[in-house]
Ligand binder design. Structure first.
Ligand SMILES: [Ca+2]
Ligand SMILES: [Ca+2]
Length: 293
């Protein structure tokens, strides 16, 4: 009897304080992932990041004017490229051909590199219609989309030509593609996250005060269509269900270093149960793991 009671009490206590996705009865949002590992502070204001076809992490290492390459398991810096071509790059992606797509912000262009034999070669630049691009993504439809933070727009390039744009996106940052082929954009100064069709028709806007946006910057979308968004100015990272329900938050709103603390978080990439974040002003990458119970 006592044993059963103790077990029940333990279960209730654990259920109350243990990690879980969702909200407590008081309505406080809990972290959706637990801190696993941090890199050394070997980067210089890292922005968005992506895991490449070779399973390494590619980071737009802004003030180092390079793409840094890190080991996905150890988070150690293993290589870099672009130092002679890039100026404060903010975003990096891969296209279906394995080329690296970089938002080369300080040069007002999207820079495209081919990687061959351990060397990166700049092979193409796209600059029509954008000033200070801070987001760039390769779409499975073959187009490259980029945001212009200075022009407040998103543009679509097909075969190197500008074919569509949407405006009114003040200080736009990341653009990523979801499983349905739609595009999610961090519309930073309008304090919202917006979904566009591949032809750049606005489909959905996440602007409810519940998100507490101060300046959403970079994001990723998981297989279930859930968004993970870094709100740099709030020092928080949010998990949002496909229907817009806010279900978890990491970070308490104040800058810091350590588990569940960030200083100006920017980049987000999801890899299975792991979340990789650029903890920008701490000059490092951190890994969190999905809370499963
Ligand atoms: Ca990106
Ligand atoms: Ca991203």
């Amino acid at each position: 009897m006592f044993g059963k009671l103790s077990a029940s009490i333990f279960f209730i206590v654990f259920a109350a304080v243990g990690p879980a996705v969702g909200q407590t009865s008081s309505g406080d949002l809990l972290p959706f992932a637990t801190f696993d590992q941090a890199s050394e502070a070997v980067l210089n204001d890292p922005h968005d990041l992506v895991i490449g076809p070779d399973n390494r992490i590619y980071v737009a290492d802004k003030f180092a004017n390079r793409i840094a390459i890190m080991d996905k398991e150890t988070l150690k810096l293993v290589d870099s490229f672009g130092e002679s071509d890039l100026a404060s790059p903010h975003d990096v992606d891969f296209d279906a051909r394995g080329r690296v797509i970089v938002a080369d912000t300080g040069n007002d262009r999207v820079a495209i590199f081919e990687l061959r034999g351990g060397k990166a070669q700049l092979v193409e630049s796209l600059s029509d219609g954008i000033f200070r691009p801070e987001g760039a993504v390769a779409h499975p439809n073959g187009r490259i989309y980029a945001t212009g933070s200075g022009t407040g727009n998103i543009v679509a390039y097909e075969n190197g030509k500008l074919i569509a744009q949407a405006t009114g996106l003040s200080g736009a940052h990341d653009v990523e593609v979801d499983r349905e082929g739609n595009l999610w954009v961090a519309d930073t100064f309008n304090q919202r996250v917006v979904k566009f069709s591949p032809d750049l028709q606005e489909l959905q806007s996440l602007n409810d005060p519940v998100y507490g946006w101060l300046g959403p910057r970079y994001l990723d979308i998981d297989k279930a269509g859930r968004l993970v968004v870094a709100d740099q100015d709030a020092h928080r990272i949010l998990l949002i269900e496909k229907d817009g329900t806010l279900v978890g938050v990491i970070g308490d709103g104040l800058p810091g270093v350590g588990p569940n603390k960030f200083d100006d978080p920017e980049g987000v990439d999801i890899w299975g149960p792991a979340y990789y974040f650029a903890d920008s002003d701490n000059n490092r990458i951190v890994r969190y793991l999905l809370v499963t119970n």
